[in-house]
Design a protein around this ligand. Structure first.
Ligand SMILES: Cc1cc2nc3c(=O)[nH]c(=O)nc-3n(C[C@H](O)[C@H](O)[C@H](O)COP(=O)(O)O)c2cc1C
Length: 516
């Protein structure tokens, strides 16, 4: 069915293990952190960034409205498009270090390498003339790649997904492998879903704040979407479609021909290198056409794949969380949380307030609007484990979080600081933080249920929630955190027997910053 490697093989081959030999990336060969077309026309976005006053906790507490929700605003105006691009992938801070200039973006990204790009595909009823665009984060404007309404191509590629076929704007995300693989080599295929997840967490939260429908479509014919954008999947590959807004049906007859694009782009670095395993993993989960995409999402997952796992070993003490109710707690608007979000590597020993801790977990760990998931269960493809070191009133130890019940289950008591640091590749700030959160999945179980493409879904469910953890933390002035990488099998061992057969997908730590 495909030429690629299986998800299980890819995952196994890209595990971090102790005593691994690391090649230091060559600083002279560091890739540029954004895509720059040499000579394409620009389309201006709004000339100032409007900021929604909606509180971060409220945006995280709600779902993006459904298109038929009477409260939803179905059209996307220029202001909404500009906010989306800026708060998902815009440059919020520029810092000079030595000879290099770093462009820190709205969403966290492994190594600050920013390999994820946004391409808005806009129809005739959209906020800018119909066309296929690339968002340029440095100028906060759009590169015009095609003029005309090409949404029918996305609709066909997605097997006529009803949201894609009705949205005035659909964003396509991509990863340019080398821009991340320079440092992370083959592991970049995982990072593509981690780092697009944090971008999409921002994008979906802004959608909820603006009351505009939005969701994530993972089922699409990869090559058809790549052709529309003019990218080669061996180098840059589409990851997700995000239809935004509604009420702009395109009709099945509007399927324009897609001529090849041949725009020159600035070289990424002096000697871009290739890591074939990344593309093989991508191909392993690729879908050939719209019919396959429709079939893929035909039977969405609605019950947690790990149901029954906690009956395998004796249930530990259960602790009910105590999150603030709707409309209570921090009032920090979403743009404020996004602007002050910067990964924190220095923590004080001050314990976290139990209520804030509860609120952060409660607001972040929610059902994600993915096409292959149904119902409203908060975690369908992953389970959530915690190593707690400093939360008021909570015994230090290893826990599982049961989001449907709003409860923690104590798996094993005991201080975990040294373990968390060790699991995080000996990065001290892991164990310095008050809490470490690990999302874990059963790759074989996911593939059995959702096919090879399910691996992307499992990574993405975790990273969307990881991005929301960032937002929920930074809604509070005195809480900070960061994503961390990990020794895969050591994490499994640490939470076993409960986590036996599962493998980590996303890791995030948080606590009281030293500056608070
Ligand atoms: C999935 C993920 C994993 C990360 N892993 C690490 C890590 O292992 N160590 C670390 O210091 N930072 C890690 N980071 C943080 C990034 O380095 C950071 O987001 C990036 O440098 C941009 O800075 P900012 O988050 O302050 O905007 C990770 C971020 C993400 C999203």
């Amino acid at each position: 069915m495909h030429d690629g490697v299986s998800a299980a093989t890819y995952h196994e081959r890209t595990k971090h293990v102790p005593d691994q030999q690391w090649d230091r990336p060559d600083p002279e060969n560091r890739p540029r952190d954004h895509k720059r077309y040499v000579d394409v026309p620009a389309q201006a976005l709004g000339d100032r960034i409007q900021s929604t006053p909606v509180a971060t906790l409220a945006a995280l507490g709600g779902d993006p409205p459904a298109p038929d929700d009477p409260a939803s605003k179905t059209d996307v105006d220029l202001e909404a498009l500009t906010q989306r691009c800026y708060y998902a992938a815009g440059v919020l801070q520029e810092v000079d270090r030595g000879d290099s200039r770093f462009h820190f973006r709205a969403a966290s990204c492994t190594g600050a390498l920013y390999h994820v790009d946004l391409y808005p595909v806009v129809g005739d009823d959209g906020p800018v003339p119909a066309g296929v665009y690339h968002f340029d984060p440095l100028t906060c404007s759009l590169d015009v790649l095609r003029k005309g309404d090409y949404r029918g191509v996305l609709a066909a590629a997605s097997g006529d997904h009803e949201r894609v076929a009705d949205a005035p704007v659909t964003f396509v995300t991509t990863s340019t492998w080398w821009r991340n693989a320079w440092k992370y080599t083959e592991r970049t295929f995982r990072h593509a879903f981690w780092d697009s997840g944090t971008v999409l967490a921002n994008l979906l939260s802004v959608a909820t704040a603006l009351e505009i429908p939005a969701s994530v479509v993972l089922g699409f014919a990869d090559d058809q979407v790549a052709n529309l954008l003019g990218v080669e999947t061996a180098e840059e590959a589409p990851l997700e479609l995000v239809p935004v807004g509604a009420g702009s049906p395109i009709g099945t007859e509007s399927r324009p021909d897609v001529d090849p694009l041949d725009y020159e782009t600035e070289p990424l670095s002096p000697n871009p290198n290739s890591f074939p395993l990344i593309h093989e993993a991508y191909q392993g989960g690729s879908l050939p056409d719209g019919g396959a995409a429709r079939a893929w999402r035909d039977d969405p997952v609605s019950a947690p794949l790990s149901a029954g796992r906690d009956e395998r070993d004796s249930g530990g003490e259960r602790i009910l969380l105590d999150p603030v109710g709707a409309g209570r707690g921090s009032k920090a608007p979403l743009p404020v949380a996004i602007r002050r979000r910067r990964s924190c590597r220095e923590y004080s020993e001050a314990p976290l307030n139990f209520r804030k801790f509860s609120t952060i977990l409660d607001r972040a760990v929610r059902h994600q609007p993915l096409d292959c998931l149904a119902g409203d269960a908060p975690l369908l493809l992953n389970d959530c484990y915690l190593a707690v070191n400093a939360v008021e009133g909570l015994e230090p130890g290893r826990y599982q979080y049961h989001p449907t019940d709003g409860e923690l289950e104590l798996l094993q008591a005991g201080d975990c600081r040294d373990d968390v640091t060790r699991l995080a590749l000996d990065q001290d700030w892991g164990g310095d933080a008050a809490v470490a959160v690990y999302f874990m999945t059963d790759v074989d179980g996911v593939v059995e249920r959702l096919g090879e493409r399910g691996y992307r879904a499992a990574q993405l469910e975790a990273s969307l929630i990881g991005g929301r953890l960032y937002l929920a933390c930074y809604a509070h002035r005195d809480v900070a955190g960061l994503g961390l990488t990990f020794f895969d099998d050591m994490v499994t061992d640490f939470f076993s027997p409960r986590a036996a057969g599962q493998t980590p997908t996303f890791h995030y730590v948080f606590g009281t910053p030293d500056s608070a």
